[in-house]
Ligand binder design. Structure first.
Ligand code: HEC
Length: 204
């Protein structure tokens, strides 16, 4: 093979690679476009009912509370059946499963008399929670621990009334509603301060 023929061969081979490279790039570009369609054809739009089943948050101002009312006596029955085993009955010593006390019996718990500083008392709904509406939100979404989400709105209203009563926040006979619950001012509200720091020298 003479030199010229050899060069021709190289040129042809080179051309072959260049053309192949161009073809690969062009087809892969095309493929990239084709492999990301606007819709993948899977799933479907969630229905309003499905969204509202998950959209259960209740805000401090009561936004999100369902219409309803809660009664202390009815709440006591539910509490004793579904909550007492873990949260107890406010006694200083009692045998129970793990779950912090939600209220304490003031007569027995001398350290927790009304007016005592929160850090000297067990942290309960009465001494630590800034909003009453959070009881409804938390209990509905997270309790009972072994079956969260199993309580009806009605049961949660009754339980909220009972827990407020056992924390000496509402008196016996009070019925709470979606209108009155957000208006309850919790004893611990004043213990929280608004974090209005802006950074820099304003940082407290
Ligand atoms: C099987 C045990 C168990 C049962 C039953 C149970 N809880 Fe709880 N509860 C817990 C545990 C454990 C926690 C702490 C959860 C955490 O911090 O994540 C808790 C936390 C709570 C809190 C928050 C307490 C706080 O100050 O942070 C509330 C309120 C509450 N439970 C209410 C209830 C109510 C009302 C019921 C009955 C419907 C109930 N629980 C049933 C175990 C239980």
């Amino acid at each position: 093979m003479n030199n010229r023929a050899l060069i021709n061969r190289y040129v042809i081979t080179l051309l072959f690679f260049v053309i192949s490279a161009v073809v690969i790039v062009v087809t892969s570009l095309k493929r990239t476009k084709a492999s990301y369609p606007e819709k993948f054809g899977i799933g479907r739009a969630a229905s309003a009912a499905e969204i509202s089943a998950l959209d259960i948050d209740v805000r401090p101002d009561g936004k999100g509370l369902p219409v309803g009312s809660g009664d202390i006596a009815a709440g006591k029955l539910i509490y004793n059946t579904k909550c007492l085993a873990c949260h107890g009955d406010g006694k200083k010593t009692e045998v129970k499963l793990p779950g912090e006390p939600l209220f304490v019996d003031y007569a027995e718990f001398k350290n927790n008399t009304a007016g005592q500083k929160a850090d000297q008392s067990p942290k309960t709904i009465g001494t630590y929670w800034p909003y009453a509406t959070t009881i409804f939100d938390y209990v509905r979404r997270a309790m009972p621990y072994n079956a969260p989400g199993s309580l009806s709105n009605q049961e949660v209203y009754h339980l909220t009334a009972y827990l407020l009563y056992r924390n000496h926040i509402i008196s016996s006979g009070t019925v709470i509603t979606e209108k009155s619950l957000p208006k309850i001012v919790m004893p611990a509200k004043e213990k929280y301060v608004e974090d209005d720091r802006e950074g820099g020298t304003a940082l407290k």
